[in-house]
Design a protein around this ligand. Structure first.
Ligand code: HEM
Length: 253
């Protein structure tokens, strides 16, 4: 891999920032909010930010860059596709549970649904995401689509995947801001109480995680090599770091 140390630095940084975001979201809901529960109350709402950060942000981000990890290049492309699809499906399941938690909370408290820009952008991502997953599985996992069609659709798959991921980051930042404005009364958000500072930091971490994932995903030098090269790898002792990358993963199928 070209620039392997740089890749490693970006990947470790993204993982650390992602895991710290999850830890900060958890400590927010446990320490400053009402904890976690499934009773139609505030504790049920709290699953919403937590599961969104774990699933729709962290797992989705890892799923996006999973092909690029050189230590996975010994695995077959089919296996990596299954892992890629599996992580996305898990992220989607967590996102759905998270949205159900807000709807139940809103209905129990007679709060209207779907009035904010956050909820519109968020729901659009939640609806587009399974379409992307189903299309991805139909075109790339089930071996019926001709290779030329797979290759032709790959730029669209990459573009829409990154677009959904960036939309989710944007929705999370809006959701965080909204929640702080709604719930911090005395002292208010504008007075910068410790909770506000912590959650602002969470927003910065989420934005940084998004930026790192998009950077890693858009470096062509860090792409997984062609399948034949990956096969050679599993048959001899050449390390992935020694492989010169730069081939287009659209042709690997
Ligand atoms: C509500 C999606 C992250 C705070 C909603 C709703 C959706 C949604 C679809 C509408 C539910 C309803 O109307 O009953 C998303 C997505 C996220 C995300 C896709 C991706 C990361 C967050 C985060 C927070 C948050 C991190 C921080 C606490 C809220 C709040 C509401 C809400 C306060 C209720 C008010 C409203 O409808 O805007 N979210 N959310 N969201 N979300 Fe999120």
């Amino acid at each position: 891999m070209e620039n392997y140390p740089q890749f490693l630095l970006f990947f470790i940084l993204a993982s650390v920032v992602g895991i710290v975001s999850i830890a900060v979201a958890l400590s927010w809901v446990l320490h400053y909010r009402e904890g976690l529960g499934w009773d139609g109350g505030a504790a049920e709402f709290n699953w919403h930010p937590l599961l969104m950060v774990i699933g729709f942000i962290f797992l989705q981000g890892i799923a996006i860059v999973v092909y690029r990890l050189p230590w996975t290049w010994r695995c077959s492309k089919q296996m990596m596709k299954l892992i890629h699809a599996g992580l996305h499906i898990l992220a989607f399941i967590l996102a759905v549970i998270s949205v159900v938690a807000v709807f139940v909370f809103h209905n129990a408290k007679n709060i209207p649904n779907m009035y904010s820009l956050h909820s519109w952008v968020g729901l659009a991502a939640v609806v587009l995401y399974p379409s992307q997953i189903v299309l991805g599985i139909a075109v790339y996992l089930i071996p019926v689509t001709p290779v030329r069609v797979r290759a032709a659709l790959m730029p669209l798959h990459i573009y829409s995947g990154l677009f959904i991921f960036i939309s989710v980051i944007a929705a999370a930042l809006m959701g965080i801001t909204e929640k702080l404005i709604f719930s911090l009364k005395s002292p208010a958000y504008k007075d910068s109480p410790p909770e506000a500072v912590l959650v602002n930091v969470l927003g910065l971490l989420i934005a940084a995680f998004g930026a790192l994932v998009v950077w890693i995903a858009t470096r062509s030098a860090w792409k997984r090599p062609r399948e034949e090269t990956a096969q050679t790898l599993s048959n001899n002792t050449t390390s992935p770091e020694e492989i010169k990358v730069g081939t287009d993963m659209t042709t690997t199928s």
